[in-house]
Design a protein around this ligand. Structure first.
Ligand code: S3P
Length: 426
């Protein structure tokens, strides 16, 4: 895809549903008793992979494009899949579903695409094995394909070395089936959508500081789920509105759960003109309309406990930093190396190609803003967040930019380019 500089943006956009919440709605809906209706479900490839996997385990799931209806089979109602479970590009499906599969009375195999086959799975294999799971990496490289032979599990108190909602959630899902209580303590609090939805579905779960504690369940109860817009998708519009001259964008109905709102706090620290108007608070998942206007930005330091609350937004924030005066330091973000691509290297290499003053560090990057970007050929590495971030950069760069693999936005935001185009000033 080829992209050129734009004059400005104006108007309103509603971004698709939150990816994390959409995945969890399929998993909990499948395990619950009764019918779960999901509104605002993200119709992106990753979440469709979750639907596909649970259908293979006997769950009737109807998806008409606006409502997803799940006929739950109860906590112990899944059936052995006849085929491998293909998660595509989805790390969330792989890790959360592994926690469920570890406790079933059947054996299953998880496969996925080239990116999934490189992502670390030892981080879930370790705690799940401590619970008694039989989970094996087929190639012995601690990556998918994974073979999981269901076992009786016991609760553990797990001190996670990494702030990861996927690890935490895998253990909490397994904890639903375990004997005794299960807890996970993290070095910094990661997104809490699992905990919030567990509570909604009737699970005995509590959170104390950096620890989440779950008691085993006999039964989960179906619930209507309303998925807010994904702040990770809103991030591209927030950045576009702030860095493009003569712009004003309102993003409607964005989830602003405090475990996800780090980008808003960073924008404010950088001097952004950003207004957040809370619109509703559905089951602990608050939403807001966010309005951004072209702003004079200054660099800042981003690190510590805020990192898990903006981890997926760092590629977009790196673009923002290129348009801020002075230095922006992103640190404590080594997790970026094990996302859909190595997001430190891919951001640094591609931004350098556009003329940015940026360097990679062990745990993040340092950006000296203010240098004009120019068009370049950008390799997205088929990472959706890289493609969307560089689309925003390209619209603020001299000349033409070509994004290779641009269609990978299908993973989390199939209509991204159309929605962005609608806001461009003529
Ligand atoms: C997710 C958690 C995050 C995030 C991912 C979705 C989730 O990963 O990067 O896109 O839904 O739990 P980690 O938990 O591994 O940091």
């Amino acid at each position: 895809m080829k992209i050129k500089r734009v004059k400005g943006f104006s108007g309103e956009v509603t971004v698709p549903g939150d990816k994390s919440i959409s995945h969890r709605s399929i998993m909990l809906g499948s395990l619950a008793k009764g019918t779960t209706e999901v509104y605002g479900f993200l119709q992106g490839a990753d979440c469709l992979s979750s639907i596909d996997c649970f259908r293979k385990m006997g769950v009737e799931i109807e998806n008409n494009g606006s409502v997803v209806t799940i006929k739950g089979r109860g906590l112990r109602g899944l059936v052995a899949p006849k085929d491998t479970l293909d998660v595509g590009n989805s790390g969330t499906t792989t890790r959360l579903m592994s926690g469920i599969l570890a406790a079933q009375n059947f054996t299953s195999k998880i496969i996925g695409d080239a990116s999934i086959q490189k992502r670390p799975m030892k981080r879930i294999m370790t705690p799940l094995s401590m619970m008694g799971a039989d989970i094996e990496s087929e190639l012995g490289n601690d990556c998918a394909p994974l073979i999981i032979k269901g076992q009786a599990l016991k609760g553990i108190n797990y001190d996670s070395p990494v702030a990861s909602a996927q690890v935490k959630s895998a253990v909490l899902f397994a904890g639903l089936y375990a004997e005794g209580e299960t807890s996970v303590t993290e070095p910094a609090v990661s997104r809490n959508h699992t905990e919030l939805m567990f509570e909604e579905f009737g699970v005995d779960i509590k959170c104390e500081g950096k620890t989440s504690i779950v008691k085993p369940s006999d039964e989960l109860f179906a619930k209507k789920v309303i998925v807010p817009g994904d702040i990770s998708s809103a991030a591209y519009f927030i950045v576009a509105g702030l860095i493009t001259p003569d712009s004003c964008i309102t993003i409607k109905n964005v989830g602003i759960n405090p475990t996800r709102d780090g980008i808003i706090r960073v924008c404010r620290a950088m001097g952004a003109d950003i207004i957040v108007e809370e619109s509703s608070n559905q089951v602990g998942e608050p939403t807001a309309d966010i309005t951004v206007k072209t702003s004079e930005l200054k660099g800042c330091v981003i690190g510590g406990d805020i990192i898990p609350t903006l981890i997926d937004e760092i590629p977009a924030i790196a673009i923002l930093a290129c348009f801020a005066a002075g230095k922006t330091v992103i640190k404590d973000a080594q997790e970026l190396k094990v996302k859909e691509s190595n997001r430190i290297d891919v951001m640094v290499d591609n931004l350098k190609a556009m003329g940015a003053d940026i360097e990679a560090t062990e745990d993040g990057m340092i950006i000296r803003g203010g240098k004009e970007l120019h068009g370049a050929i950008i390799d997205s590495k088929l990472d959706h967040r890289i493609a969307m971030s560089f689309a925003v950069a390209a619209m603020n760069a001299r000349g033409e930019t070509e994004i290779v693999g641009a269609e990978c936005v299908d993973i989390s935001y199939p209509k991204f380019y159309q929605d962005m185009n609608k806001l461009i000033k003529l």
